[in-house]
Design a protein around this ligand. Structure first.
Ligand code: PLP
Length: 404
């Protein structure tokens, strides 16, 4: 049973006020709020188990290591990966993509080789490839989209050449909400012998994700967007790929033996995890995944879909409303502009009513250029948001509109 009031009680921040008004938090695409169990897990581990992992013979170190590795198993189960060797802990989606660009770029890409991205990528899935382009002379090709915000799959297929080495595409757009058909896109890439990296920053928090069913070769997400702590994230990679790729950073943990002449590297997944990991963060991330799993990812998906459909209909009642992104398959994100009110003004005035939204280019400037705009206001919903909050958003926008 989906008991929204009970769920909201798990998130203490949702009952605070801002400017004397109840907080209406609709910036979940940027980061999500934390349930008590996640924050408690952080405090509990620091108070009672804290010790560095993988290195101590002593009791605490072993217990901390067990918790850290159990968290890896929780992530494995959550994504339905085959093995914990396929779960690399990182700082977040950004680091996961940079890891892959550095490592895959080093091993598999030389001058003139090509990577296919989409026009709706977040900067974190553009700039690492541009850095690689500057270092190695690779070529970036871009999948276009239609005006509804759907990728053009025929054009996508035409981008493949004998020099294509990788497809890197977002599962869900953080601006348009488009849910890209990554399973189909992966099948196309595989038919050309090309592996696929999926940016799951905006999908993992909102829908069931099964990396085996998607057949993605690499999949990245951030803990803080899925109700976990900041500073921890995941790169999933098929073991056969990760085995072939060189380490990303050097240091402790990732080695087997070091001499000044030669170093041998540790086995998976540690080969990619140099230095002390954020073992407190991984434990808290696992609690967050347990939390959303207990509600059910399908239930979350269904609830948010219904809420977003309701919000879309209500927002469309507003005169001058322009919504960007009307794909058939759409997640819980609505980007919009109203008349000629600047997005920053609209966001700032709504903030004074206690409504937290994101404004600007949303780290997707090439997409803004495609849309011919500078920025939007974005409402991004979570399973803890309500219809009453949507109504308050609509009333707030009406109020601002009348002021203009
Ligand atoms: N990719 C997408 C689609 C995103 O929405 C974001 C964050 O907004 C990122 C990547 C980057 O995530 P992080 O800043 O947690 O590394």
């Amino acid at each position: 049973m989906y008991d929204i009031q009970k769920i909201r009680e798990d998130f203490p921040i949702l009952s605070r006020t801002v400017y004397g008004r109840p907080l209406i938090y609709l910036d979940n695409g940027a980061t999500t709020q934390k349930p008590r169990c996640v924050v408690d897990a952080i405090a509990d581990e620091y108070y009672s188990v804290n010790a560095n992992v993988h290195r101590g013979v002593h009791f605490l170190s072993q217990q901390a290591t067990e918790l850290h590795e159990a968290s890896r198993e929780t992530v494995r189960r959550f994504l339905n990966a085959r093995s914990t060797n396929e779960i690399i802990f990182t700082r977040g989606t950004t680091e996961s993509i940079n890891l892959l660009a550095a490592s895959f770029g080093e091993a598999c890409m030389k001058e003139g080789d090509e990577v296919i991205l989409s026009v709706m990528e977040h900067h974190s899935n553009i700039v690492p490839w541009q850095l690689l382009r500057d270092r190695r002379g690779i070529v970036i090709r871009v999948i276009p989209m239609n005006d509804r915000g759907e990728l053009l799959l025929d054009e996508y297929e035409r981008l493949f050449t004998p020099r294509t080495r990788l497809v890197a595409v977002t599962h869900v757009s953080n601006v348009l909400g488009t849910v890209n058909p990554v399973r189909e896109m992966t099948a196309t890439a595989h038919a050309h012998g090309v592996p696929v990296l999926v940016d799951g920053a905006q999908s993992v928090p909102h829908m069931p994700v099964d990396v085996q069913a998607l057949d993605a070769d690499f999949y990245a997400f951030s803990g803080h967007k899925v109700y976990g702590p900041t500073g921890v994230g995941v790169l999933y990679g098929k073991e056969e790929w990760l085995d072939r790729l060189p380490p990303y950073q050097g240091g402790g943990e990732m080695i087997q033996h070091v001499s000044f002449e030669r170093t041998t590297f540790n086995e998976l997944p540690y080969k990619f995890e140099a230095g002390t990991p954020d073992y407190i963060g991984t434990h808290a991330l696992a609690r967050a995944l347990d939390y959303v799993s207990a509600i059910g990812m399908s239930e979350i998906d269904a609830y948010e879909h219904e809420l977003t459909t309701y919000a879309t209909a209500r927002l469309k009642e507003i005169e001058g409303m322009r919504i960007f992104g009307e794909a058939d398959a759409k997640g819980s994100v609505i980007s919009f502009l109203v008349g000629d009110i600047h997005h920053f003004d609209l966001g700032t005035l709504l903030d004074r009513l206690g409504i937290a939204l994101r404004t600007g280019h949303h780290c997707a400037q090439p997409l803004m250029e495609r849309l011919g705009i500078e920025g939007t206001v974005r409402a991004s919903f979570s399973f803890y948001n309500t219809r009453e909050e949507v109504d308050a958003l609509v009333a707030g926008i009406e109020r601002v509109r009348k002021m203009f």
